[in-house]
Ligand binder design. Structure first.
Ligand code: THU
Length: 129
């Protein structure tokens, strides 16, 4: 798979970041099995805790459109410098992505591929209940 294209899409998404407080623009792009690409970006708030991260916005948008984890081929998340997803996003991704779905972490000239099993081992998920 050409992850560079997905990274490029995530950078396009980041252009719509609303980040007046941190000035840190994050972009996410989700590739679905039907070829659809869904963008997400971070949307900040004056009440900082009400901010929503880019990757959660992308995955939530896919679910809102009726897609589910089996429809998700890969997720790219980009920032400058290279971003590593926050803890809240890891918890959400553990619920909404398959454990080994590729997660591409990228910055301008570099990307690496991981997955949520690696980012959040021994996650608390529904099967734990
Ligand atoms: N941010 C994300 O969009 N994703 C993450 O995984 C970490 C942080 C955003 C939230 C906030 O708008 C900015 O980066 C600085 O924390």
């Amino acid at each position: 798979m050409d992850y560079q294209k997905l990274v490029d899409e995530a950078f396009i998404a980041s252009e719509n970041a609303y980040a007046p407080y941190s000035s840190f623009k994050v972009g996410a792009s989700l590739l679905l099995t039907d070829g659809t690409i869904i963008h997400g970006t971070n949307i900040e708030n004056a009440a900082y805790g009400s901010t929503m991260c880019a990757e959660r916005n992308a995955v939530f948008q896919a679910y809102c459109q009726g897609y589910r984890k089996s429809d998700i081929e890969a997720l790219a998340i980009v920032g400058s410098p290279l971003i590593s997803p926050c803890g809240a996003c890891r918890q959400v991704l553990a619920e909404l992505l398959d454990p080994y779905t590729p997660i591409v972490l990228g910055c301008k000239d570099y990307y690496e591929v991981t997955n949520i099993q690696e980012l959040l081992p021994r996650a608390f998920i529904g099967e734990s209940l």
